[in-house]
Design a protein around this ligand. Sequence first.
Ligand code: KG4
Ligand code: ZN
Length: 343
Amino acid sequence: MGIETSCDETAAAVIEDGRLLRSNVIASQVEIHARYGGVVPEVASRQHVLALVPTIQKALDDAGVSMSQLDAVAVTHGPGLAGALLVGLNGAKALALAQGLPLVGVNHLEAHVYAAWLKRDDEETDDPASGVGFPLLCLVASGGHTDLVLMEGHGIYRLLGRTRDDASGEAFDKAARILGLAFPGGPEIQRVAEGAKGEERLPRAWLRDTYDFSFSGLKTAVLHRAQELGIYPPSEDGEPPPAELVTELAAAFQDSVVDVVVAKAIDAAREYKAKGIVLGGGVTANSMLRLRFQERSPLPLFIPRPALCTDNGAMIGACGFHLLERGVRHSLDLDIDPSLGLG
Ligand code: KG4
Ligand code: ZN
């Protein structure tokens, strides 16, 4: 079983042999946090407390297994919100202790990579390791991270580049807010950007000679252009800004992020002679980003379907399986690590 509570989704899943999705249950808190325009950590922790046991129970029911039939419990222990991580970790410990199961703590970022290993019963796909082998260039782009990582083997990661300021998902969320769109901003920007004519263009922070990223300048550029166009600040009478302007600016923002992320990932894959490119994290659910990778990548791509790019318990289970295979076991003393990194 994989359990995930690092941010605003309470999630649990049953995974067989590290790949097969037996169940995948996600209790999203998005509507609650949307009222505040972002994730409120204390509210997230309380919601996890309410949702955790029913979510685990539903994951068992959907998979048609009982607690005693599980082989192990994998749980996110970092990175993420401290109070949120504690709920999942303590729940996982209770399950492991009660059933006498091995416990394995999972790095949420590593788990985003392992989403590419997952498959349904009716899918005949190779996983990245058996399909093309190592090394793999992995892009993990989420609300808190934008990392380019070389995966040289199971559990062997080399960090090639990361964001120097905002994460790409965070930039999507902030840009959406400027444009008067709902939280979370990524799916909203994707939605309104459809049908844009390409009339706006925003700068790209290339940061040449490094695989690092920077997105805060782009956010500022969105703000200035939104002010010029009269989109921001929002009008006092509650009148929404002209939809065409929002569409053009949203598309320009999305284009800038996608352009830089795709180009850097492909450059890094070439330089490090990667055999394939693996995508993971909420931002890689973005349809434009996926399309651009498909158009430009000279290497085989492993792109989980959108629901497996955003946070879920299945990826925790898949990652946990591979940790267990390498003999990793954690004691009940395992603690959360809110700032855990990869590589
Ligand atoms: O991986 P994730 O679900 O949670 C974290 O680990 O942070 O990523 C959430 C982030 C949010 O910033 C959200 O706006 C972004 O992923 N996101 C997207 C899309 N769907 C989610 N960004 C761009 N396009 C999307 N379709
Ligand atoms: Zn995530």
